[in-house]
Write a new protein. Sequence first.
Length: 247
Amino acid sequence: MVKQTAGRDNLGDFAPKFAELNDDVLFGEVWSREGELSLKTRSMITIVALMSKGIFDSSLKSHIENAKKNGITKSEMAEIITHAAFYAGWPNAWAVFRVAKEVYERCDEQETHGGMFGLGEPNINFAKYFIGNSYLNPLTKPGEGTIFLANVTFEPGCRNNWHIHHATKDGGQILICVDGEGWYQEEGKDARSLKPGDVVIIPANVKHWHGAKKDSWFSHLAIEVPGENTRNEWCEPVTNEEYNKLN
């Protein structure tokens, strides 16, 4: 299960002990006991409990989003709410249906992007290095083998900052375009238009950026090339003036 930080993010300064119990005990220990109950089953129980208590705030929406990630399909969610309606109340069911419908319709729309490798999750850990929203779907686990491979998806107009993949030997990155249309540009060179099937070999120590075109989603596989003394340096954003000149 993904490490939970919502408690510390929202209440870390105001109620640090509550934040600790929320993140480390409730989600870190209880939710993580998948040998006793699967995440899917725990999501079902949690949603029914919130519904029976009449809790329809952002926590319900968050748990329904997690339920979808944990494998509860749209039809299963509808059946859960319908069944619980006879015990938790018809008005409560209507309220939960409104939230669930929004979550599943939004997710269905998002999942049309990302190509055959899937959209993945919002790229929140690197959001400060992007203009616009991006999504990351790791296809290998860090430390599992010598190569890290992920599908990166950009919404229209989204691009990452200028950046450099440093290495003293080998290193760099390879991009394989899989969906939509985008741009790649190295410092001092013209931008290159990208479409599915295009391959970009990015040498180590070259300043560059990549992202989607204004009117298109864009996805590429990103392959980190092994090397010696590798590190990434994030630089300044690609300005609107620079980006809007591309056509």
